[in-house]
Structure formats: C-alpha cells, structure tokens
Design a protein around this ligand. Sequence first.
Ligand SMILES: [Zn+2]
Length: 530
Amino acid sequence: MTLDLLFHGAAGCVTGSCAELSGPGFRVLVDCGMFQGSKTLKALNYEPFPFDSRPIDAVLLTHAHIDHSGLLPKLMKAGFSGPIYATAGTRDLCRIMLADAGGIQESEVRHLNRRNQRRGREMVEPIYTEADARRVMEQFVKVRLGETIQVLPGLEAVWWEAGHILGGASVEVRAEGGDGPVSLLFSGDLGPGGRDYMPDPEGPSGVDHLILESTYGDRDRPRVTPEDRRALLAEELKAAHAAGGPLLIPAFAVERSQELLADIMTIMDEGQAPEADIFLDSPMAAEVTEVFRQRGWNRATGINPFTSLHTAGRLKFTPDPADSDRLEQLRGWHVIMAASGMCDAGRVRRHLKRLLWNREATVLITGYQAVGTLGRLLVDGARRVRIQGEEFRVRACIRSIEVYSGHADAAGLVEWARARGPIRGSVFLDHGEPPALEGLATRLAEAGTPRERIIIPQVDQAYRLTPAGAEAGPAPTPRIAPGLAAVPDWHNARAQLILDLNDRLEGLPPEARESLIRRIGELVAGAEET
Ligand SMILES: [Zn+2]
C-alpha cells in the first residue's frame, strides 16, 4: 500500500484548497474549500467532487476562511460522515461563516432561478443551504495547538500556530506509508508575523515534505510596525475626509475587519484623524467581531485588543437590511465597512453602485484581490465597471493599502520554510497564481532548495510519496483548461466588450452607428452558422 497526495484545488490558483492524503487504512482531506474569483472557477463548486466522499475518514482543517472550509457542507451532503478536526477558534468562526455562505447560496440561486424561469432554462439547486451548514458543525472535533491527535491507526496530526487569522493553523501529519513513516507539513495560510494582534507563525523543524502556500510568492511588502501601520491608515482617513464624502472599505469579514476597526478606534481616540461614525454593514462581520471579543487574545502578548469594540459609541451595526438601506441617506464624512472584501458579493456591491460615480467618495481596498473580481478591476484602475449587469463610471478615489494583509510576503514565506528545514523530500507550492508560484520557486531555489525538489502541482494531480521523494502520477483529466484558473474568463471579456461597444456607439454619428450595429449583427449571425 502506498502513500498518495492529490491536489483537488488551490493548484495554480488561490482558492478551493483541498488536498487528499491516502495510505494504508486511511483517506483524509486537508481542507475542503470553495473556489472563488472568476465565474469559470466558481462553476467548479456546482460540479460533483472529483472523488468519492463516502470513504473519506476525516478532514483536517487549517482555518475558517471559505476558500479552505466552504465546501464542507457539500462534502457532508455527498456522504462524508467522519470527524472534522479544527481548533476552537476555527470551529466558532466556521459556525458563523458556513451558515452565511449557505444563506448566500440560497439567495443567489433564488435570483438565478427567477432568471432561468424567464429564459426557459432549467432550475438549479444551491450547493448547500444554511441548514446543511448548521448540520455539518456536529462533525467538528476540537483540537488544541501542539497536541498530537491520533486521527486513525497509522495517521497522527499536530496543529501549529499559523499567525494568519484567529484559530488558523498549519497541520503537521505523520503517516505510515508502504515504505515507512512519512511526515508532511501543510502550511495552510501563513501570517506575516510582527503583528500586535496575532502571534508569529510557528511550526516544527525537520519534515519530509512541505506543502507551502504561495499567495504573495512573488512580492515583498514593506515591513511595518503597528505604529507605522496606524500612521498609514490615519493618512488614508484624513485624505478621505478631505475629499468630502464617505469612506467605503470593502471588508474581509474575518480578522481584517476587526483589526481595521480596532485601529480606526485608536486613531480617532488619539485625534490622529477626524472622528466619524463607523458602520459595520455586515451581519456576519458583526457576529465574527463577537467571537474576537471572546477569543481574540494574542497568546504571545496576553492582550485582547478587541474587547472594547462593542462598547465604543461610534461603532454602529446594521443587522437589519432596512438599517443598511438608511445608510444611503447619509451625507458627508462617515465610514462604511461592508463585505465582501473582493467586492464580488454582499452588501458592498450596493454601496459601490451608489458611490463609484461620486468624486467625493473614497474606496479603500485592504487585501488581496483575486483575478476576475470587481475589486481587482478597481485596483487595476478600471474607469468603468459592470456590476450585476449595470454599467458604472468610476470617479471615486480608489486607494489601497497592503499593511493589513494576513499573508506573509515572499521573504516571509522563504524565512518560514527555512525554519522548517531540513526538508528531506519535496516542497509543493500551492495557493498562488502562476507568477507567484514561479516567483516563490525561484526565491526558494536561491535560498538553497534544489529546484528539482520544488513541485508546482496542477488541479487533481496525484503524487506517490516516499520519505525522500514524490513521483507524479499520470496527468489528470483537467476540470478546467490548464492556465485558466488564474486569468480573467470570458465573462470578464464580455463585460469589457459591452463597455467598449457602448462607448463607441455613443461617440459615433447616427449613420456610422447604424452601420456598425448592422456589421456586428452580421458577424454574430455568421458566427452562429460556423
Ligand atoms: Zn486564509
């Protein structure tokens, strides 16, 4: 019996984390995440898993982010009935986030089905419902950092602080393979270290194989102290105030929102920026903030910076959609934080629709924006965008700051990987877009890891593991065309085409306009025939 490792997601892209490890007498998943980003990637969530869910014995979960945990209810629906091992923080966050994800899918499918009905298309089912998400929580089993868990005979695991989000961990696995024991370390997502709100990432030293996230594998960010970070944010707040209008922060509901809130409070309390009402327009972020109040202790410092958030008078919650609607009537200087962080779902889209054209408004992007998302288009300087089929000019000031990233940069990843050495076998790079993966491979090779031992897997690629080596199995049938995981897809191209066409038509004299419409019509009719 052999030991096999398969990458079902986060291979060549940053979402859909899911690795399958099987050996004599066990078959487990490390993470079971949702694909996010372009519509091509998201369509994978609706397809059946590329494996049978019933014989999966257990899931070892690194952290609560939806791109790592978001398909757990689907796994349960497909027949998985085993334990899901996770830290208490991850479990508490998953309880909120999976239910929210289920609710979003139910409402998106309702919306889609109304359209499908009008167009005479077939009805679709949500991937899972809020009720499914609540039911999967019964399968969670709590683990403590540093504790050795006997998952199954021949398989044990230890969770290590990852410094990424509350409860987040790297998972060390010791597995009995056909040729003796093999140790693997799944990094999960790694934090940058040096944060006052989170401990630095840790981990064992000396493993056979390392599976390393690569989100920022080709980029270095300036290292800043917490004081520098608050000073940078204060500058953004002052500039947004000077522009006259509201500041909209697309919010990553977990960790980033709470850190931003704590910092904004400190900045305003100290008089470093003009005071304002701050609206946390995300029911989920509000619930998550409560988890931080209870569990947000930094183990390294013994301090919980989130305890006083709820009692601060200027922080307002808008649980009711009607409260959210009322924000539209506000004028002048105020701050709104609304999910999602990449602007492709949730209440933030409504605020963007009403604020993007407004020169007095500022939109502050605070985190990684995947290819194909609205947030990425805005950061890349798009002057017009389409949101839910409508066109909007971008006149608001679009700003972005990188100091709130929950991810290590390239130097941080290399440093963390080096501290895990000696690594006897292979280093698998996942959870990155192609330039980041290649960039990190180069950086690791420069730091001494032989290039031939650095592997960049494709989706569904399998590897047979021994303590010192990894042999690739036959090339898998691709679920998406190679390379398509991290490029804008045809939906993006269509949106751009429609924007360009509208502009051109409006700019032409009537005769030329009619002629262009006729020629395009002929082209479309011709394309149908071929
Ligand atoms: Zn994460």
